[in-house]
Design a protein around this ligand. Structure first.
Ligand code: BDR
Ligand code: CA
Length: 295
């Protein structure tokens, strides 16, 4: 199995992504690192630990950066994900028993990537602050990453501004570093939005024990989607990116020449980046459904 570390800010779609990884035999989830983002770092860290406990998964969790670099002002997405990141339902998850890892996220990433024989895949599904710090503080380790899959950016769309997507917008300097130095596969919202799942999918997934809880977490997120699109569904951005980390090639990619501007919006630039541009939408939805319904 591919060793996988997920860097995350749970977050409703992060919860789907963690569950997907935990239920997929192609990967061995060897660690989770947390970052501020959808809600503050205390909440994202607590949510990550509780979610793993709930999933019956014993991966270590290491706490990462609480703030973007530089002068960047934070803006959370509590209006979309709920003030606790999970539609007000985080307290229904079990208390974690495994203690928080003693190391910070960057040290944990360094030790784990260096200490694992096989090349590690990293899926970054929150602001890129931890990953940029790893690249800057430990460049040799960063170059040992087997594959870095990032959920972030938009080629023709944004969700914070008309051109900027939340994860890159949250720490544009970090995004710039990652695009310049880490050769990521970028899963942008142009594609994740096309992979939206609708009421019939949510009903089916909700018939399983795990799915029912996940669909419950999506309550507020679902209302937000309805307000934006008029349809009953959700966009599981992060789970789409993690699907590519689990099954390389499940998304089609094309090479673009990109960088980011000061707001974290993608624009033409010098870095050759593989961007996920398409997939068999029904097959992907089926794949996600199948995995999330596993006991
Ligand atoms: C990204 O931002 C967050 O709100 C989601 O969890 C996802 O990682 C989508 O723009
Ligand atoms: Ca996220």
């Amino acid at each position: 199995a591919i060793p996988l570390i997920i860097d995350t800010d749970p977050g409703v779609d992060d919860a789907f992504a963690l569950a997907l990884a935990a239920r997929s035999p192609e990967v061995d989830l060897i660690g989770v690192t947390t970052v501020f983002g959808n809600v503050d770092l205390d909440h994202t860290t607590r949510n990550a630990r509780r979610l793993l406990k709930f999933l019956g998964h014993d991966a270590p969790v290491a706490r990462g950066e609480a703030h973007p670099r530089g002068e960047r002002k934070k803006r959370d997405a509590g209006d979309v994900h709920g003030d606790d990141g999970l539609s007000g339902l985080a307290h229904t998850l079990p208390e974690p028993t495994r203690p928080l890892d003693e190391r910070d996220a960057v040290t944990f990433l360094r030790d784990t990537i260096e200490g694992t024989d096989a090349r590690v895949t990293v899926a970054a599904i929150g602001p890129l602050t931890n990953i940029a710090k790893l690249i800057e503080d430990h460049p040799a380790t960063a170059s040992r990453i087997g594959r870095l899959v990032v959920m972030g950016g938009g080629l023709d769309e944004g969700n914070v501004t008309s051109t900027a997507e939340f994860n890159l917008w949250s720490d544009p300097e970090a995004a710039k570093t990652v695009l310049a130095k880490a050769n990521p596969t970028l899963v942008t919202i142009d594609l994740t939005r096309r992979c939206a799942v609708y009421a019939d999918w949510l009903d089916l997934v909700g018939e399983s024990g795990l799915g029912k809880i996940l669909v419950g977490f999506a309550k507020q997120y679902r209302e937000y989607f309805k307000g934006r699109t008029g349809k009953d569904g959700i966009v599981v951005h992060d789970a789409v990116a993690v699907a590519e980390a689990i099954v390389p090639g499940i998304l089609e990619t094309k090479t673009y020449h990109l960088t980011t501007d000061d707001e974290g919006a993608l624009k033409e630039g010098p870095h050759e980046i593989d961007v996920a541009t398409g997939t068999d939408l029904d097959a992907l939805r089926e794949f996600l459904k199948d995995r999330l319904m596993r006991p």
